[in-house]
Design a protein around this ligand. Structure first.
Ligand SMILES: Nc1ncnc2c1ncn2[C@@H]1O[C@H](COP(=O)(O)OP(=O)(O)O)[C@@H](O)[C@H]1O
Ligand SMILES: [Mg+2]
Length: 207
């Protein structure tokens, strides 16, 4: 198989390719042998379609996301603009605080703009962010959804809080900068979202 695989995950294989001479990434969802075909195929189609929809909605909301060059729902393929920058995960630990503060505030702003449109990313980790042209691109909307529920917004942010604790344990203060950006740009009641995060943290502690 091609040696241009950039990532092989549990759900999808990502390969670097081109689209009319433009560098592109093909995200191909892979069938699961433990799911019967009658369930697996429609599920792959559904998830591919949902991810594309959310990417488009995120773009409309003003969040930097890759362009969608093509979609093949039946075969579970998304063809996306290739983002050449590093993942935030791979640079964050080595950034100095002033740069880091700006980046984290931009992350918070992105999340607020999603939430302003009731878009839930579903997996906000620093692996799913790419730094390019001073912008933070959000990728991987495969676990995303659309809902007005406060709980979902709290969970969305809590996932990132935990990512800072596990992957960037020397940088956990970053999350407060994320929340600064979020508070500034979220048009709903950010206090209520913060209250939710506290609840989720508490729940986790007593589980
Ligand atoms: N548009 C893109 N440009 C460059 N790299 C990408 C792009 N989309 C995904 N990747 C790379 O592939 C990895 C996996 O993609 P992702 O969509 O997060 O798949 P998964 O759902 O399996 O996590 C990312 O962490 C990133 O390194
Ligand atoms: Mg991912």
């Amino acid at each position: 198989m091609p040696n241009n695989i950039i990532y092989q995950g549990a759900e999808a294989i990502l390969t670097k390719t081109t689209y009319h001479n433009l560098p592109a990434v093909q995200k191909q969802r892979i069938p699961k042998s433990y799911r019967i075909k009658e369930i697996d195929t429609p599920l792959i189609t559904y998830r591919t379609k949902e991810e594309a929809k959310l990417i488009i909605e995120a773009r409309s909301a003003g969040v930097p996301v890759p362009l969608i060059y093509d979609i093949d729902q039946k075969n579970g393929i998304l063809l996306l603009e290739y983002l050449s920058g590093p993942r935030i995960k791979d640079i964050l630990n080595n950034l100095e605080n002033s740069v880091l503060e700006t980046i984290c505030q931009k992350i918070g702003k992105n999340i607020a703009m999603l939430h302003n449109h009731d878009l839930i990313h579903g997996d906000i980790t620093t692996s799913n962010m790419i730094y390019q042209d001073t912008q933070i691109f959000f990728i991987d909307f495969g676990l995303g959804s659309k809902t007005t529920e406060l709980e979902a917004k709290g969970v969305d942010l809590h996932v990132l809080m935990e990512a800072f604790e596990s992957t960037h344990s020397q940088k956990t203060h970053c999350f407060s900068w994320v929340m600064d950006g979020y508070r500034t740009h979220y048009t709903g009641k950010s206090k209520a979202v913060e209250q939710k995060i506290h609840e989720i943290v508490k729940r986790g502690r007593y589980r």
